[in-house]
Design a protein around this ligand. Structure first.
Ligand SMILES: [Zn+2]
Length: 215
């Protein structure tokens, strides 16, 4: 699809993207997505690199990949249930490029994306209990280390700084058992029901119900 996107210098920039990205035809796209450089475009006037977001699908039939990407600006509509994508039942939905990159990394490592979110649930709950951070904590699965432990990137602990947390492989196995046993019970069912599997579904609820601390 051909569109024009506005640059911060006010120049309209021509931008073309595919509404379906088939990774079996374009394996390089997966690397670009994971590196965070997918769908970038350079403004011909000022040279700034723009990263516009439009809805598109990522597929790979052989690897059973079927992901609908939604731009970050559509997050609220989607969570409110007023987006047309809410009715998608198969596959997965991700919102914003960090979630898409994470999803492909999870698939590459052969992990279950639900278990990855359950680990986040325990990790973020512990951080919130111990440190009472002011900002919303967002965690993204990043990679595995040499021993096969899981490395997460955690945002929101310090301003403009990402922390890395390493989770033992054995904890993944513990969480896998819990996921399969309790996926339909609260709180897990609140963020593990497809197509949008993300702890961010409930951290929004936290924001709404948290009352300001009285002193
Ligand atoms: Zn520009």
């Amino acid at each position: 699809m051909k569109v024009k996107v506005p640059c911060t210098c006010y120049a309209p920039v021509d931008f073309e993207y595919d509404e379906v990205v088939d990774l079996s035809q374009d394996p390089e796209a997966a690397n670009q997505i994971m590196a965070g450089s997918f769908m970038e475009v350079k403004c011909p006037k000022c040279g700034k690199v723009l990263h516009p977001e439009f809805p598109f699908a990522v597929k790979h039939e052989g690897k059973k990949i079927d992901i609908q990407f939604l731009p970050e600006r559509m997050r609220d509509d989607f969570l409110r249930g007023t987006s047309k994508y809410c009715f998608k039942k198969d596959g997965r939905i991700v919102i914003g490029f960090p979630e898409l990159a994470e999803k492909l990394k999870i698939i590459n490592e052969g992990f279950d994306d639900r278990v990855i979110e359950v680990i986040k649930y325990y990790m973020v709950s512990k951080i919130e209990a111990d440190q009472k951070p002011e900002n919303e904590i967002r965690a993204f699965f990043e990679c595995t280390d040499k021993e096969g432990n899981l490395v997460y990137q955690v945002l929101g602990l310090k301003e403009n700084e990402a922390a890395k947390l390493t989770i033992p492989k054995s904890f993944y196995e513990v969480c896998k058992v819990k996921t399969l046993a309790y996926k339909n019970s609260e709180p897990f069912c609140l963020f593990l029901s497809p197509p949008y599997i993300s702890l961010l579904r409930i951290s929004r609820v936290y924001e709404e119900i948290t009352e300001p601390e009285k002193k």
